[in-house]
Design a protein around this ligand. Structure first.
Ligand code: NAD
Length: 281
């Protein structure tokens, strides 16, 4: 088997995952249902590689080599020659189940089937495929080329070998993997999302403007970015989806998504990627 990595979903996260894998020397296939998303992802990777060249982190030859390792496809059949598949499509349970059924059917024996889900149960995804031992959570942070952490989440049936290969891949692409258990939201979003949700309640109740709330958290708590700027950056649709999973999965009203968050998502003001969220871009 080659060491090819297939990345499913070429959105904000998929392009970053493809970027770091290609820089680390892996052949990468980016798969998306949307050709426009694939074209945009290649443009973003090019731009982000340029940034690394300007900073002196990479030279032009390495940049060209990394770009040359990335191919794109609009069909799931393209997972057939991958040793490692990382799913990074939209945060939606039914969609993930469908994609994992395809991955299970089409990826070669011995391939690892990883998901970059922010909150959805790894065991729930693994329980529906024929090789649950090969399924694992590999949760990169946004923006992937910059952020150090990869949260690694084992499902109930994930094998030691799958975990070891996932930890090794994360380290190989220059990240620091941290293993945590499979509960809704894992660790990162279990702690982050209630803070973001509370910041949105503060906007809704008029406790402060988005600017004031972000300033308080930046200057008062030393956060590099305020919670509303961060929510816009993550995508308000993704924030809502994560909160829904935690609310349903943990059954505690403290995870109830703020009604104002629902309104923004209903209107399509989902943050930076849409040009408008709590701020305009
Ligand atoms: P995004 O909206 O930027 O991109 C999602 C992509 O998935 C789109 O390009 C869409 O066309 C594609 N897609 C939809 N259905 C597909 C299918 N059937 N096959 C292939 N591609 C399909 O979303 P994102 O922010 O990149 O998030 C992707 C995943 O990563 C989600 O599970 C999310 O929870 C997770 N995640 C997001 C962040 C973040 O900060 N945004 C951080 C960590 C993890």
């Amino acid at each position: 088997m080659s060491d090819r990595i297939a990345v499913i979903g070429a959105g904000q996260m998929g392009n970053g995952i493809a970027h770091v894998c290609a820089v680390a020397g892996h052949d990468v296939t980016m798969i998306d249902v949307s050709q426009a998303a694939l074209d945009k992802a290649k443009g973003t990777i090019d731009k982000n590689l340029d940034r690394q060249v300007k900073k002196g982190a990479l030279d032009e030859t390495a940049k060209a080599a990394a770009l040359g390792r990335i191919t794109t496809a609009t069909s799931m059949e393209a997972v057939a020659n991958a040793a490692f598949v990382i799913e990074a499509a939209t945060e939606n349970v039914e969609l993930k189940h469908k994609i994992f059924a395809d991955m299970d059917r089409l990826a070669p024996a011995g391939a690892i089937l990883a998901t970059n889900t922010s909150s959805i149960s790894i065991t729930d995804i693994a329980g529906r495929v024929k090789r649950p031992e090969a399924v694992i959570g590999m949760h990169f942070m946004n923006p992937v080329p910059v952020m150090q952490l990869v949260e690694v989440i084992r499902g109930l049936a994930t094998s030691d070998e799958t975990t070891a290969r996932t930890m090794a891949l994360a380290q190989g692409v220059g990240k620091t993997p941290v293993e945590v258990n499979d509960y809704p939201g894992f660790v990162a979003n279990r702690i982050l999302m209630p803070m973001i949700n509370e910041a949105i309640y503060c906007v809704m109740e008029g406790v402060g403007t988005p600017e004031a709330i972000d300033q308080v958290m930046k200057l008062g708590m030393n956060h590099p970015m305020g919670p509303l700027t961060l929510a816009d950056f993550i995508g308000l649709d993704t924030c809502l989806a994560i909160l829904e999973v935690m609310h349903k999965g943990l059954g505690d009203p403290k995870y109830r998504p703020c009604p104002l968050l629902r309104k923004y998502v209903a209107q399509g003001w989902v943050g930076r990627k849409a040009g408008r969220g709590f701020y305009s871009y």
